[in-house]
Design a protein around this ligand. Structure first.
Ligand SMILES: Cc1cc2nc3c(=O)[nH]c(=O)nc-3n(C[C@H](O)[C@H](O)[C@H](O)COP(=O)(O)OP(=O)(O)OC[C@H]3O[C@@H](n4cnc5c(N)ncnc54)[C@H](O)[C@@H]3O)c2cc1C
Length: 427
């Protein structure tokens, strides 16, 4: 380890969606940022950007508008993190976030004031707010029930066009399916990542169009699993559409997914150009205070760098991301050992009904914060003036059932960064 101490405004712990949003917003507002984490979790994401799809959760009611839903959620569940994120701030933050992705070759399309409905790989219909542009023709096809050909591939185990069509059933009479050979690779089982890479080549796109064309009939669009290129999905989509003569769309696949891989590549490849000092595959190992500033030790096993920071954003996620850790008798926050709101004992973590629409108490465990996402104790007293927690680490939300994963990540990061900017400029 070098004995030099680096100075910066903010350390961001975490490189999931929340950490990336926080680092991006902070850097674009002129703060110097050091960021540490592993982007591995992002490849598990489906690529859809949910803001708020369901409320009230126990009734499983799908929301037509995420913004109206946010207002109702904040009134019904004032402790939910959305209670302190104004819908207007959320809209601006999402526009900045998706605008940045588009500038780096990953455009998204959204429903404006409405949620959209998207086919899931199981054939169920999911409510979300924004989808990669490569999925948009599927949103329209589903809404209008256009005659459509769903294609799947010999050897691709995790995705079945037939299963999707069976689940959709009579609700979409013009849906047909076909199973074809994916050109150019004898590999079995087939992996979506490999197919995505293969489709970066024009010759594979031409061969795939050749294979699909005889099955088109009177279909007005073609749905494929999400495999339309890793680095140039816009080009791959446009060429497939030109060669087939109809709109083409992707259907999300199970994790790890190509849309997740695209997000990971864009973040890893371009966050540095915003001035963020990204320490990939590194963790925040220790935090202590010296002369009023945070001293943050970062490394992989052993300390590689000590950073003196004016503030820190914890975007370390839940159990999968390792921001929370389940010990035998309690759930622990892993970086600062912050208090974690949690059920009284393990026996109360889960409802007896696995599919309880009201969810499981453990899903709402997390760090409780004030209106600018500073961690607080049980009496509501701020524990660290210079630390803010964002994303799925937060308590009182159930992002998976409420369908609010990316909205929570982006909205809380925006509010936390706004607060740091105001705090630093006040001296
Ligand atoms: C299978 C799956 C499907 C999903 N589908 C959707 C969807 O359809 N729509 C949607 O909106 N959202 C979806 N999400 C959620 C979304 O992708 C994000 O996971 C979520 O929005 C935000 O996660 P996060 O950044 O809070 O945490 P995570 O993504 O868990 O990231 C946590 C980060 O913290 C890092 N970390 C942990 N400890 C440390 C430490 N000590 N120091 C430094 N870094 C540390 C980890 O390396 C990681 O980078 C899905 C997630 C999963 C897992």
């Amino acid at each position: 380890m070098s004995d030099r101490t680096y100075d910066c405004d903010l350390v961001v712990a975490g490189t999931g969606m929340a950490g990336m949003a926080a680092a991006l917003f902070a850097a674009r507002r002129g703060l110097s940022v050091v960021q540490a984490g592993s982007t591995g979790e992002i490849v598990f994401a489906s690529g859809l950007f949910d803001v708020l799809g369901v409320h009230p959760m126990a009734e499983g009611r799908r929301l037509a508008s995420p913004w109206e839903g946010m207002a109702r959620l904040a009134a019904d569940e004032p402790k939910h993190p959305y209670g302190v994120i104004a819908p207007s701030r959320m809209k601006d933050a999402l526009a900045e976030f998706t605008g940045w992705l588009e500038a780096h070759g990953l455009p998204y399309r959204n429903g404006g004031d409405s949620n959209v409905r998207v086919l899931s790989p199981m054939g169920t219909v999911k409510t979300s707010w924004a989808v990669p542009s490569t999925m948009w023709a599927g949103v329209e096809a589903l809404a209008e029930k256009k005659p459509c050909l769903l294609v799947d591939f010999e050897g691709l185990r995790e995705y079945s066009a037939r299963q999707i069509a069976d689940t959709v059933g009579g609700a979409w009479p013009g849906l047909r399916t076909v199973r074809v050979e994916f050109p150019g690779t004898p590999m079995r089982p087939l992996l979506t990542g490999i197919m995505g890479q293969a489709l970066e080549l024009r010759v594979t796109r031409e061969q795939l169009a050749e294979v699909i064309r005889p099955h088109l009939g009177d279909c007005a669009c073609v749905g494929l699993p999400a495999i339309l290129g890793i680095f140039h999905p816009g080009t791959v989509l446009a060429e497939m559409e030109a060669m087939l003569g109809v709109p083409v769309f992707e259907i999300p696949t199970l994790p790890a997914s190509v849309p997740g891989l695209r997000l990971k590549n864009v973040f890893e490849g371009h966050i540095g150009t915003e001035g963020v000092d990204l320490m990939l595959q590194r963790k925040v190992l220790d935090v202590h205070r010296q002369d009023g500033a945070l001293q943050v030790s970062i490394g992989q096993g052993s300390v590689e760098r000590v950073v003196r920071a004016r503030g820190m954003i914890l975007a370390t996620g839940r159990f999968l991301g390792h921001g929370l850790f389940a010990e035998r008798d309690r759930i622990r926050e892993t970086v600062l050992d912050l208090p974690v709101h949690q059920p009284a004992g393990r026996s109360q973590w889960h409802s007896l009904d696995l599919f309880d629409p009201a969810g499981h108490p453990v899903s709402r465990a997390g760090v409780v914060t004030d209106s600018s996402f500073r961690p607080v104790d049980e009496e509501g007293r701020v524990l660290h003036e210079d630390v803010r927690c964002v994303g799925t680490l937060l308590a009182h939300q159930d992002w998976m059932r409420q369908k609010c994963g990316v909205g929570l990540a982006v909205g809380s990061s925006a509010v936390a960064v706004d607060a740091f900017v105001a705090q630093f400029s006040a001296g």
